[in-house]
Design a binder for this molecule. Structure first.
Ligand SMILES: [Zn+2]
Length: 283
């Protein structure tokens, strides 16, 4: 019942807050897909990343990877990070640091692998690298979702045959270069828009997995929640009626709605009553 009361207060809070430009999203389904998120580079020592504008690539890749992990976990996906903390260093030299990333993903049995990096060399914009043909659609979906949300220059998706993490992973694998750490305007995005970048990547995964959030009107949103709450309520009979409801269910007198819901506290229509009387052997 506590859950029910919380749901009720959630609904009344939703109704109270009528901010003029509030947008409502209804999230479709969740997925148990396993996604391995590789925060590119090590914190210190070997395999550290590019630097520019006072920023270190490995700090940005870890921050965005962690935020992406939180978003996807909240939607029911199973996530593993290559670096579990910002200070984590993988391997014992440059090449074993790369091997550790794809070995972890392969051993864990990830469904998708994403390696997050920042570009360097004075360009601008975002590109997504892939190697295997099974990663082409994945690369396109993530790149497009990222560009659509972040409005950075679209450098496209690129085939690359010299990057260990996208070549030796057994599952579809991509490496995204978010933006250029050594170009002023891009660096500002890398440092100030980490939440937006994580959300943009998450949106790409929702699309890839058919989990997009659909924008709805406030009225639709409230009615969806009201229905969910009413459904939950109706399925729990009052304490005094629990036994008789279970017995009626076991005897096949009430048939439920076919999805396992009996809606015990709903009013009875004439058609439902007719079927109950029939099931009870009255006629
Ligand atoms: Zn890098």
């Amino acid at each position: 019942m506590v859950a029910m009361e919380r749901a009720d207060s959630l609904l009344s809070n939703i109704k109270k807050k009528k901010a003029p430009n509030r947008r409502y999203f209804y999230a479709k389904g969740v997925s148990k897909t396993k996604i391995f998120i590789d925060a590119g580079h090590n914190d210190s020592g070997w395999n550290t990343g590019a630097v520019g504008n006072g920023l270190k690539e490995q700090d940005i890749t870890f921050a965005v990877a962690k935020k992406l992990s939180n978003l996807l976990t909240a939607r029911g996906l199973t996530i593993k990070l290559s670096r579990s903390t910002k200070e984590t260093n993988l391997g014992t030299n440059n090449s074993s640091a790369i091997n550790a990333r794809y070995n972890m993903a392969n051993e864990w049995g990830a469904d998708y692998f994403i390696s997050i990096h920042c570009n360097a060399g004075g360009g601008t914009g975002t590109e997504t690298l892939y190697y295997k043909s099974d990663s082409l659609n994945y690369a396109t979906t993530i790149q497009d979702a990222f560009i659509k949300a972040m409005k950075l220059r679209d450098r496209g998706i690129k085939y690359r045959n010299n990057i260990g993490v996208i070549m030796h992973t057994k599952m579809p694998a991509i490496l995204i270069e978010l933006a250029f750490i050594d170009t002023g305007a891009d660096a500002l995005v890398l440092v100030n828009k980490q939440d937006d970048m994580a959300a943009a990547l998450a949106a790409g995964f929702y699309e890839l997995l058919g989990m997009e959030a659909e924008e709805v009107t406030q009225e639709q949103f409230e009615s969806m929640y009201a229905k969910m709450i009413a459904k939950g309520k109706g399925d729990n009979p009052s304490t005094w009626a629990k036994k008789i409801c279970e017995a009626a269910k076991d005897a096949g007198i009430f048939e439920g709605d076919g999805s396992g819901n009996y809606n015990w506290q709903d009013p009875v229509t004439r058609e439902a009553l007719a079927s109950v009387l029939k099931n009870a052997g009255i006629f």
